[in-house]
Ligand binder design. Structure first.
Ligand SMILES: [Zn+2]
Length: 66
């Protein structure tokens, strides 16, 4: 059953030039990888394209002591 809450697009601007990705010629596609949210972006202004992944949990190696 779908959750009944307001939907918000968190990613709105190109990470390369800062132009809005919500313009009709740009592409912003959201999909899911397990519990993570992935955004595929293509900016019509600077042609940057890539994916940005919002992670629910991050596992990182222990930092080396100095
Ligand atoms: Zn751009």
């Amino acid at each position: 059953m779908a959750e009944n809450k307001n939907y918000e697009i968190k990613l709105k601007y190109c990470p390369n030039c800062g132009e809005s990705l919500l313009k009709s010629k740009s592409l912003l596609n959201e999909y899911w990888i397990s519990s993570d949210i992935a955004y595929f972006c293509w900016c019509s202004d600077c042609s940057w394209r890539g994916e940005i992944i919002e992670m629910e949990r991050v596992t990182a190696p222990e930092l080396a002591s100095q």
